[in-house]
Every structure is written in C-alpha cells, then in structure tokens.
Design a protein around this ligand. Structure first.
Ligand code: AP5
Ligand code: MG
Length: 194
C-alpha cells in the first residue's frame, strides 16, 4: 500500500505515520526528518536548507525530490510507504506522479488529517517547550501555518479530483485517530493494486 499524509504542522502526521506503517508493514518516510538529519550531519544539502527550515518556509522542490527519490523507490519495492510531509504543493505532487508512475510507485491514497488551528498551535507550543524542534517557536509556527494554508491546502482538491482523498478528523486522541485511520484503510485495501 502506498499512502501519504497531508496535514498542517502539528496535525499528527509523524505520530500517525509510525503507527499506520507498523500496522500495514509499510516504510515511514518523513521529508522533514530526512532534511533535519542532513542538517544534523552538516551535509551540503543540510547547509542549503537550514535557513529556509529555520524560518518555516518550504525547501526547494529539487532538493526535496533528491532526498526522497531513493527511499520512496526502495519502499515501493518492499511493501509500500507512508509518506509524511511530501508532497506539500500541487507542483510537487505533479512531478512526483510523473516520476513514480513508470516504476509503479505512485500514491494510492492521500489522507488529510483535519485539525483546527487552535489545537495545532497548542500542540506545537507544547512540543516547543520540550525544545525538540527549533521551528516550534510562536513566530515560526505562525509562518508554517500560513505556508500550509497557502501552498499545501490546494493539494486537497488535487487528490479529491483524482478520487484518492480520505479525510480523517485528527482532533481526537492519538489512539482514536489511529483506530479511525486503520479502519478506513482496511476498508479500501482490497481495492488497491500491489
Ligand atoms: P515537517 O517535519 O514535515 O514539519 P511540519 O509539517 O511542520 O509538521 P510537524 O512535524 O510539526 O507536525 P506533524 O503533523 O508531524 O505532527 P506530530 O505527529 O509531530 O517539515 C519541517 C520543515 O521541513 C518545513 O517547514 C519545510 O521547511 C521542510 N519541508 C519538509 N517537507 C517539505 C517538502 N515536501 N517541501 C518543501 N519543504 C519541506 O505531532 C505534533 C505534536 O502534537 C507532537 O508533540 C505530538 O506528540 C502531538 N500530537 C500528535 N497527535 C496528537 C493528538 N491526537 N492529540 C494530542 N497531541 C497530539
Ligand atoms: Mg512531523
């Protein structure tokens, strides 16, 4: 099964991706985690994306595609993937589709984790207090939410038109969201090829 999770910052993409991957035997691939690893390891990619990520802006499409291409191809040959954080724009979705189609790696279901803004801000500020992520400050959270609304929300129409969109109420407990997600995916699993 090949899935992707769309959601605002703090919607629970990473949290749910781990659980869904475990349930269905898929590989979890997070664009943000991969980019943060490049920063931590001070690679040339890490140096070129640090400033944009620190501001809460998107990284350029070319870099994201470079970082994701191999893991997505490998996961597609090995049970499938849960992509978390990619694509983030309609342009990324279109390019990814063209690249993935010929190798049977294109996405089958796009899940939208729907969470109201006050809850998102609350979760991210909480995580910011634990100081795990340098982009969980009030200003950068505001910026990330704006970037999401402007650049990523249009993706919902893109996948809705392709009849691939599954909307999940993400404003419940972690366990409740996982249960809903797994139930919905179990229900459509037999319709998906490969
Ligand atoms: P990325 O790493 O994708 O961050 P994000 O989209 O801002 O989302 P988060 O990781 O903050 O939230 P999440 O939805 O994963 O929620 P989580 O499970 O952690 O991207 C970071 C940056 O990388 C971008 O700003 C950009 O610069 C760059 N980038 C990445 N991909 C890119 C791309 N494709 N193109 C261009 N640039 C790209 O949960 C959040 C918190 O809430 C946690 O503390 C969690 O414990 C808690 N929580 C989760 N679920 C619940 C629940 N149900 N109830 C209560 N608390 C919950
Ligand atoms: Mg995440």
């Amino acid at each position: 099964m090949r899935l992707l999770l769309i959601g605002a910052p703090g919607a629970g993409k990473g949290t749910q991706a781990v659980r869904v991957a475990e349930h269905f035997g898929l590989t979890h691939i997070s664009s943000g985690d991969l980019l943060r690893r490049h920063i931590a390891e001070e690679t040339s990619i890490g140096r070129s994306v640090g400033a944009a990520m620190h501001r809460g802006d998107l990284v350029t499409d070319g870099i994201v595609m470079d970082v994701l291409r191999k893991p997505v191809e490998a996961a597609s040959r090995n049970g499938g993937y849960v992509l978390d954080g990619f694509p983030r724009t309609v342009e990324q979705a279109e390019v990814a589709y063209l690249v993935a189609r010929d190798i049977g790696a294109s996405v089958q279901v796009a899940v939208f984790l729907d969470v109201p803004r006050p809850e998102l801000v609350h979760r991210l500020l909480e995580r910011g207090r634990a100081a795990n992520r340098t982009d969980d400050t009030e200003d950068v959270i505001t910026r990330r939410l704006r970037v999401f609304e402007e650049h990523t929300l249009p993706l919902l129409d893109y996948y809705r038109q392709r009849e691939q969109l599954l909307k999940i109420d993400g404003a419940r407990s972690v366990d409740e969201v996982t249960a809903a997600l797994v139930a919905e995916l179990e229900a459509v699993r037999h319709l998906l090829d490969g």
